[in-house]
Design a protein around this ligand. Sequence first.
Ligand SMILES: NC(=O)c1ccc[n+]([C@@H]2O[C@H](COP(=O)([O-])OP(=O)(O)OC[C@H]3O[C@@H](n4cnc5c(N)ncnc54)[C@H](O)[C@@H]3O)[C@@H](O)[C@H]2O)c1
Length: 345
Amino acid sequence: MNRITINLNNSKSEIYIGLNWNEFSRFIPVQNTVIITDDNIKNIYGSHFPQLPVFSVKPGEESKTLQVVTSLTERLLECGIDRSGFLVGIGGGVVCDLTGFLASVYMRGIRFGFVSTSLLSQVDASVGGKNAVNLGKVKNVLGCFRQPEFVICDPQMLNTLPEEEYLSGLAELIKMGLIMDYNLFSLAEQNKGRLLNRDIELLEYMISVSVELKASVVREDEKEVSGKRMILNFGHTFGHVIETMAGMKHGFAVAAGMVIASDISVQAGLLEPAARDRIVNLLKELKLIKEYIVPDAVFEEMLLKDKKKQGDNISFVLLESPGKAVISKINTRELMEFYKVLKRS
Ligand SMILES: NC(=O)c1ccc[n+]([C@@H]2O[C@H](COP(=O)([O-])OP(=O)(O)OC[C@H]3O[C@@H](n4cnc5c(N)ncnc54)[C@H](O)[C@@H]3O)[C@@H](O)[C@H]2O)c1
């Protein structure tokens, strides 16, 4: 078991990787605690939940809305949860985002923690204190920064995760290696079979490394002020467009975005073509490369609306080598030109 602490000015978040998930009872108050989960998790793990009120939402992105926040708020009030209340989100990124947001606004903020159940949430969503809900099609537009008191990442829970969800999470794990840690990338290259077979020991190690990397970024730039946190967006600029327009699951879209960003890095003279090939091969062998169709005009239109855009420039994450990312301010139209050249080659 590994414990990683994120100490910030006004908060402390403890992340436990490899701890049995139902040990969360150790970290919650005896009274006034409510579990927020989704129906899939409740069906699989609910019989092992402690005797606490359980509010379960429909699985998936459709639950990350203000309507669901409102209905959960009503239920918290009915249960008499006051400012001493505590929320435990048991689920993937959707449940974590929703629970963190609800806990942050309910009675101006109550305490909360997570049992993070999907690979995507263990390596990314549950760590770092970003909580948000969507408004219509606009993702994560209502949100806040607030750290969970604890996060439990139990890799055993990943055994029940559907294949597509598992692979989608792998993409974020590979991303962490690509932007910050050559050894993590190389370990994935050497252990593709074990990764695809969900080897618990390997996963516990790789999730721990990945969480420590994310924690180091969050400690330096909790609220995306200095720009350091931006490197986490590697593959996400094009990835978001592909996710939205081609309806592809997040991790697969990010994998496609990472291929584009690697190609652009080669074109910009930063990344060796051989290193780009290693990246693409790894993503292919981890079954993360899928076909998609997004017309150039749509890419262009969406990039012009990207929230990382300032004036005519966008902060785009490029690679110098696997393990070393750089943030580059690129003119959005120039970026599209790079992309079009790429597509023709
Ligand atoms: N806050 C952040 O920093 C951050 C970062 C990245 C992503 N996110 C958010 O995370 C969300 C995506 O997270 P996700 O991919 O975990 O989606 P999710 O929470 O919808 O989970 C995916 C599916 O897997 C199921 N599931 C989860 N764990 C399971 C398990 N152990 N066994 C069986 N089924 C399980 C869920 O019920 C769901 O159907 C998005 O809303 C995204 O915006 C947030």
